[in-house]
Design a protein around this ligand. Sequence first.
Ligand code: AMP
Ligand code: TRP
Length: 325
Amino acid sequence: MSKRIFSGIQPTGIIHLGNYFGAIYNWLELQKEYDSIFSIVDLHALTVHQDPKKLNRNIYDLAKIYIASGLDPKKNIVFRQSDVKEHVELGWFLNCVTPIAELERMTQYKDKSEQHKQNVNSGLFTYPCLMAADILLYDTNVVPVGEDQLQHVELARTIAKKFNNLYGDVFILPEGKINKVSARLKGLDNPEKKMSKSATSENNYIALSDDSDLIRKKIKKAVTDSGTDIKFDPNKRPALANLMTIYHLVTGKEAPEIEKEFKGKGYGDFKSELAERVVEFVEPIQKKFNSISDKEIDSILADGAQRAKKLAEKKMEQVRKVIGL
Ligand code: AMP
Ligand code: TRP
């Protein structure tokens, strides 16, 4: 039996190059060799209040991005988390074996509760238990994510061990997997921080849905370091290194080759070339995105839910039994 991967993205609006290269891009390769499940994790999105109409739209759009990027919904399971109620049920059981102190250590919780001081709800706090449920429900071996999610995957492993100690060998211990090059793309307006959907300025990120002119504008505005030549040096010139990483990701060219290409040229030339390469990269995804109807998504998600449910129901029978329910 081939090993299984599970991963997901929250339907909270745009998908930026960080999400794309940190997550989806790696899934495209992994789907070839793993038994793969990709979820639209809508329940996770609710830790921040979502406008109901927008949330619904975002779910369809994220599913379209999955398909437009090249995930195969026939070979893999592509489904919406809230369609499989077992996630919530297992999430509760895992809540009951997870020490509060473990949850308090989570960097994302600390950052987000600082960011949304007026809405530090308990969902935000126990979110890693729901994420652990997503992963453990499907006997997942490997969880491909961006770097910011590794801590949550490690906690899922800790929770699985804890549960297994109490009830016997029920869960497979999952491992996180990142792509070192793209695990943490930085904001275009601030190379100290990760590129983020919740950034205050939209100049922080390039969204897959940005049109050509907006992409050109944002790259032109991207901050750069002191220096003039094109040299890959993440320590001394993190802003340029981030842009060169994006150049590498959209063209496949390695840093020395990029340096050679821009020998004798400056930031301006590099940025205009980068903008054109990014435009070229996102265009086919946008075209495909626009060609997919909501109806097609309905049928993909219905099929995915049915297949996911089969696996989830079987696992939950086992879980309820060992717990004594
Ligand atoms: P989210 O949008 O928070 O659901 O994240 C979806 C996926 O994108 C997760 O695997 C994240 O780790 C990944 N991700 C988010 N931001 C970045 C970033 N700036 N660089 C690389 N990966 C990222
Ligand atoms: N928490 C992840 C994020 O914010 C999304 C997510 C939810 C996830 N459940 C998951 C990722 C299970 C991998 C596996 O990006």
